[in-house]
Write a protein that binds this ligand. Structure first.
Ligand code: HEC
Length: 104
């Protein structure tokens, strides 16, 4: 009985730990809105023309941050990325950049 309790407690700790990890890395930002395009190796977006979607995982934090801010300001042009970057706050961008730079 005691063993079972220990196991349950450990399982609880494990899932709590991963929840903290995710929250710590991404805050309120929903990475799932990026994964649709950036999560698939070799994926090509077909709008407005066929585009190779760059992989974000493992990019430097600063690079991702700069890219998103450039889309926001219209210095870098891509309709979907400009739309998405425009909806992000500086804090969102910092969190997303931190999140992706830690991915392999
Ligand atoms: C509709 C598909 C789509 C979605 C959703 C999307 N992206 Fe992109 N993203 C692209 C494409 C296509 C490019 C390449 C555009 C270009 O060449 O400028 C790109 C480029 C980028 C770049 C520049 C990468 C580089 O190597 O220069 C960053 C950073 C980026 N996206 C971050 C994000 C983040 C963060 C999200 C989620 C908040 C996101 N994207 C959601 C399609 C998407």
């Amino acid at each position: 009985m005691k063993k079972l309790f220990v196991l349950l407690a450990l399982a609880g700790v494990a899932s709590a730990a991963s929840a903290v990890d995710l929250a710590g890395n991404t805050g309120k930002v929903n990475v799932s809105m990026c994964i649709g395009c950036h999560g698939i190796p070799g994926y090509k977006a077909t709008f407005p023309e066929v585009y190779q979607v760059p992989m974000l995982g493992g990019q430097s934090e600063k690079y991702i941050e700069n890219a998103l801010k450039a889309y926001q300001k219209g210095e870098r042009k891509h309709p979907s990325m400009q739309g998405i970057a425009g909806s992000l706050s500086d804090k969102d961008i910092a969190e997303l950049a931190a999140y992706y730079s830690q991915q392999k």
